[in-house]
Design a protein around this ligand. Structure first.
Ligand code: CTP
Ligand code: CA
Length: 225
């Protein structure tokens, strides 16, 4: 049976999704990272594909196979993520940043494995580029969506991020909501706009969150020529 037209609302659109963690190497065998599973980003990429979009999925190291029918770019560091996302975003209509980008990397990663020393060590970290903010500075007609996990003052902090980064909206979640966020199959998010308007969504599967995100993003897309 042919797909229903209602489900093809991204036909002719290019969508870029980032997913998973980044790895910031200290030396060839050690890195700084975080427990992002990549499930939320993969769900967004698959949902966009199924709604007719041409999708590029840029992902950090995760235990998920390449989804069929979309372009997958595997990266490790935030700098690699930036290069891949910025390149793919040039012709994109929608960019969704679900990646848990490490805020810092080693200022001077060692090319050789560092042996332990007696006593404390200090690692000099330097900030990574803010990819979403960079896309926001040269936004064009693209729709930009971010994610944020907060432990407190979530709506205020997420609205501030959406504003500073020039994102259309941010989906906010909390690490304490059981069975959600990191690694889970469900997610309970609040959609937060730059002006602070916000709406709580019910606890949904990550695929359902992805579908609602895309429905909201489609409303914000300029009409196709
Ligand atoms: N993000 C990004 N590049 C970074 C950091 C974050 O593109 N270097 C994106 C994330 O993918 C996410 C959004 O920005 O979509 C919000 O991430 P978050 O870590 O909450 O924002 P930060 O500005 O890093 O704020 P915080 O100090 O709270 O970590
Ligand atoms: Ca951060």
């Amino acid at each position: 049976t042919p797909p229903s037209p209602a489900l093809c609302d991204l036909a002719g659109r290019q969508v870029v999704v980032s997913a998973g963690p980044t790895r910031e190497y200290l030396d060839p065998v050690r890195f700084i990272s975080n427990p992002s599973s990549g499930k939320m980003g993969f769900a967004v990429a698959e949902a966009a594909r199924d709604r007719g979009a041409q999708v590029t999925l840029v992902t950090g190291p995760v235990n998920l196979p390449d989804p069929a029918g979309l372009k997958v770019v595997r990266i490790e560091s935030a700098l690699e993520l930036r290069d891949a996302v910025v390149a793919a975003a040039q012709t994109a209509d929608l960019v969704v940043m679900t990646a848990a980008v490490a805020d810092y990397r080693a200022a001077a990663p060692s090319g050789e494995k560092q042996a332990k020393v007696a006593g404390d060590v200090t690692i000099h970290l330097t900030p990574n580029p803010d990819i979403l903010a960079e896309l926001g500075r040269d936004k064009g007609r693209r729709v930009l969506v971010g994610f944020a996990m907060e432990t407190h003052a979530g709506v205020e902090r997420a609205a501030g991020k959406a504003q500073r980064k020039n994102a259309d909206f941010i989906l906010l979640n909390y690490p304490t909501r059981e069975g959600t966020a990191f690694g889970g199959d469900n997610n309970q998010v609040t959609l937060v706009r730059p002006d602070g308007r916000h709406e709580d969504w019910p606890r949904l599967s990550k695929r359902e969150v992805a579908e609602q995100l895309l429905t909201e993003a489609v409303r914000l897309l300029p009409p196709t020529p």
